[in-house]
Design a protein around this ligand. Structure first.
Ligand SMILES: [Zn+2]
Length: 402
C-alpha cells in the first residue's frame, strides 16, 4: 500500500457552494482514498511518500460527464458542407449525420475502436487531467455493435487508468433496418437488447435522444420504464433543438441528469429541482452547431438546479477533447462564473453520473483522485486555454500524468 502526503498545497475542495478554498494545508492518501486533510504540523504519523506541492493548487480530478468517445470515421466533409450552406437535414438525407458514423463504427473492429478512443482520452488527460469519463454507445444501433462499443469503452478506461462509466444509448437515432418504424425499434431495445446488455454487465445507465429528429417523449418514457424495471439509472439528451419537455420527463422519472437543455422550460426546471436532476451543459456543441437558444442559466440558479459542464465529444457536433475549452465556453457563451464552471466538472459532474459519494470533492473518505495545478488561482484553469501542461494527476495509488 502506498501512503502519500501532499505538503505545501492549497486546496480547492469543492465542498459547500463555492470552491471550498483552504490554504496552508496538507493532505494524506492511501492507495484508494483521501485519509486526512489539515495543517501540516498536525499530520498523523505514518510512512508516507512525500510530495511537495510547491504552493500549487489541488483540485478534485476533473470529470467529463457526457461524451461519445468511441466511434470510427470522421465528419469533416459535413462541417464543410454546412458552412457551404447545406442544412443538417439535407446532409442526413444524403447519408451523412449520425448514420454515417454508425456505418463506419459498424465496420470497425473492437480493437480499432479502443485504440482511436484511447488517443482521444490521452488528449483529454493532457489538457485537463480528466480522471473520470462518461462514454455512451449509440453508434452501433444493434445488439452486437452496441456491445462492441461498450466493451471498447471499458478497455479504454483500463488502458488509460481512467474511471469510465458507460451509457447505453441505442435510442440515439433509428437504424436503417427500422427506418420507418421507430416504435418497433424501441420494442426491440426493450424486449431483446437492453435486458441482454444489462445482464452482460456492459452498462451503468440508460440514455436516449428525445427530440424531433430523435425519439418522442412517449417512446422515451417506454424505454425508461423498462430501464428502471431492470434497476438501471437514466439520463437524457433533452431539449437541445426544441422543447418537447424531455428534461421534465427524465426528472419526473428520477433521472440523474438532463443534458443539453437549451430549450428547457421553467416548469421542467422546477421538476429537475424537485427530483435533484442535474443540468448538463454542452457549450461546445452549441457553438459548433451555431445555435442561438441558450440554456436557462438564471432559472437553474434561481431554482438551485446543479449545473455540470462536459465536452459532448463526438465526431458530428462537438469534435473537441478539451474540457477546459468547454468550461471556458460555458462562461463566455452561457454566462457561468469560473467557480460554477469548476463545480460543473467536479462535484456537479459527479452528481450527473451518480458518483457524488465517491468523487467530485476533496474530503476524507473520498477517492484519492485529484490534480495538482501550477496556477495562481483555480480560475486560471478556465481562462487560460494555452496548453499549461504543468499539472499532475493522481488516481488511487498511482500518478497518472500524461
Ligand atoms: Zn451527447
Amino acid at each position: 500500500m502506498a501512503n502519500r502526503s501532499f505538503i505545501n498545497v492549497k486546496l480547492a475542495t469543492m465542498t459547500g457552494t463555492g470552491l471550498g478554498v483552504v490554504t496552508n494545508q496538507a493532505m494524506t492518501t492511501d492507495d484508494k482514498k483521501i485519509t486526512w486533510i489539515g495543517p501540516e504540523s498536525e499530520m498523523p504519523p505514518g510512512n508516507y511518500i512525500e510530495i511537495d506541492g510547491k504552493g500549487n493548487w489541488v483540485l478534485p480530478g476533473f470529470i467529463d460527464c457526457h461524451t461519445h468517445l468511441v466511434y470510427a470515421g470522421n465528419r469533416a466533409d459535413e462541417f464543410e458542407a454546412r458552412l457551404e450552406g447545406k442544412s443538417y437535414k439535407q446532409i442526413a438525407e444524403e447519408g451523412g449525420g449520425i448514420l454515417s458514423t454508425v456505418k463506419a463504427t459498424r465496420e470497425a473492429s473492437e480493437s480499432k475502436l479502443s485504440i482511436s478512443a484511447s488517443i482521444r482520452l490521452i488528449l483529454m488527460r493532457r489538457d485537463s487531467g480528466v480522471s473520470t469519463i462518461d462514454i455512451k454507445s449509440g453508434y452501433g444501433l444493434d445488439f452486437e455493435n452496441e456491445a462492441k462499443i461498450l466493451r471498447a469503452a471499458a478497455d479504454v478506461g483500463e488502458e488509460e487508468g481512467v474511471r469510465v462509466r458507460r451509457g447505453y444509448l441505442a435510442a440515439h437515432t433509428c437504424p436503417p433496418e427500422f427506418k420507418s418504424n421507430p416504435d418497433a425499434y424501441i420494442d426491440q431495445i426493450i424486449n431483446e437488447d437492453l435486458p441482454r446488455i444489462v445482464e452482460e454487465g456492459l452498462v451503468d445507465y440508460v440514455d436516449a435522444f428525445c427530440e424531433n429528429v430523435g425519439f418522442t417523449p412517449e417512446q422515451t418514457r417506454r424505454l425508461f420504464l423498462a430501464a428502471k424495471h431492470l434497476g438501471m439509472p437514466i439520463r437524457l439528451h433533452a431539449d437541445q433543438l426544441s422543447d418537447l419537455g424531455g428534461a421534465g420527463l427524465v426528472a419526473e422519472m428520477g433521472g440523474l441528469s438532463a443534458d443539453h437543455v437549451e430549450y428547457t422550460s421553467p416548469a421542467s426546471v422546477a421538476r429537475m429541482r424537485e427530483h435533484g436532476t442535474v443540468a448538463v451543459l454542452l457549450p461546445t456543441a452549441f457553438y459548433y452547431l451555431q445555435e442561438t437558444q441558450k440554456p436557462p442559466i438564471a432559472e437553474f440558479r434561481r431554482q438551485g438546479v446543479p449545473m455540470a459542464v462536459a465536452t459532448d465529444h463526438n465526431p458530428g457536433t462537438s469534435p473537441f477533447t478539451s474540457l477546459r475549452l468547454a468550461m471556458n465556453m460555458a462562461c463566455v457563451l452561457f454566462g457561468l462564473t469560473p467557480t460554477e464552471a469548476l463545480r460543473g466538472v467536479t462535484i456537479n459532474a459527479a452528481k450527473a453520473m451518480g458518483l457524488q459519494k465517491e468523487i467530485g470533492t476533496l474530503e476524507v473518505g473520498k477517492a484519492a483522485d485529484f490534480t495538482l495545478w501550477d496556477v495562481e488561482h483555480p480560475r486560471d484553469i478556465v481562462l487560460e486555454l494555452a496548453e499549461m501542461g504543468q499539472h499532475r494527476t493522481f488516481i488511487g495509488e498511482k500518478e497518472n500524468s500524461p
